[in-house]
Design a protein around this ligand. Structure first.
Ligand SMILES: NC(=O)c1ccc[n+]([C@@H]2O[C@H](COP(=O)([O-])OP(=O)(O)OC[C@H]3O[C@@H](n4cnc5c(N)ncnc54)[C@H](O)[C@@H]3O)[C@@H](O)[C@H]2O)c1
Length: 241
């Protein structure tokens, strides 16, 4: 018999962890959010209170050890994802994990092989694929409505650069921000990228540069079928209201 509701635990109660906790608690009737964990226990407790989650803990291993939990939603800092994916797979939990899996291909492969070995489901948080506007563009390409694409242009902005503190674990602009555009490029064209060139700069916040990251970038892509693409990134989009 198919279960009516999925018992879930959220790991990480920061900005995006709160978004997922709220969605799971209030908008998805088939989700049953039982636990939330954050090394910042107060953040876990506050989110638990706001979202009526029965248990808040500091150590995510308590979620993995709970036999009632079917699946975990990993929203902790990017440098923790590969480790937690591997441990969750070993604990037999299905996994939704925010992007990126890691910055090292070796660690990504290790995490994915544990997922495969333990036969659990894994989804990564590439949310744009589920946006009706992007899906319509993909349909226009896949159905042939616009003919054969020769050029792809993606212009992508964040409202403001991250804090230098966030940059310490984010993996940098390409792993943190452009990753969504890389996903869109592959999704929209439906082909793999075989060549890539990039240039980046610090044009917005010198503190980002001091933290070892970039805030502005241009990327050139060549797809396997010869389609060419550009991604134009800036971490600042002024809003005039
Ligand atoms: N898909 C998207 O559009 C999207 C948007 C924002 C963030 N993200 C991703 O979500 C992740 C979190 O981003 P954020 O903006 O919420 O960051 P954040 O800094 O606001 O929150 C991260 C939280 O993780 C907690 N944490 C760190 N290590 C932990 C551990 N070992 N166990 C439990 N909790 C731990 C921190 O205490 C913090 O509360 C990042 O990987 C980011 O790339 C994805």
């Amino acid at each position: 018999m198919t279960k009516q509701r999925l018992n879930l635990g959220v790991i990480g109660a920061g900005m995006i962890g709160k978004v997922h906790a709220r969605n799971l608690a209030f908008y998805i009737p088939t989700a049953n959010l039982l636990m939330i964990a954050d090394i910042n226990e107060q953040a876990a407790r506050e989110t638990a209170e706001h979202c009526h989650i029965p248990k808040a803990v500091k150590d995510y291993h308590e979620i993995l050890a709970n036999p009632e939990i079917d699946a975990v939603v990993i929203c902790s800092s990017s440098n923790t994802h590969a480790q937690i994916i591997g441990e969750a797979a070993e604990a037999g939990k299905h996994i939704f994990c925010e992007k990126p899996i890691d910055y090292s291909l070796k660690k990504i492969d290790q995490a994915l092989s544990l997922v495969e070995k333990h036969g659990v489901k894994l989804q990564i948080g590439f949310n744009r694929r589920f946006d009706p506007d992007f899906a319509r563009v993909r349909w226009a390409v896949a159905s042939g409505e616009i003919g054969e694409p020769h050029l792809l242009h993606i212009i992508s902005r964040d409202p403001e650069p991250p804090t230098p503190e966030y940059v310490k674990t984010s993996g940098g602009i390409f792993m943190d921000m452009t990753i969504h555009d890389f996903d869109m490029a592959r999704y929209l064209i439906g082909k793999e990228v075989v060549e890539i060139y990039a240039a980046g700069g610090v044009r917005i916040d010198p503190e980002i540069g001091k933290a070892g990251d970039l805030d502005t970038a241009l990327i050139l892509l060549k797809f396997e079928d010869g389609t060419l693409g550009t991604i134009d990134n800036s971490e600042k989009a002024d809003v005039w209201i």
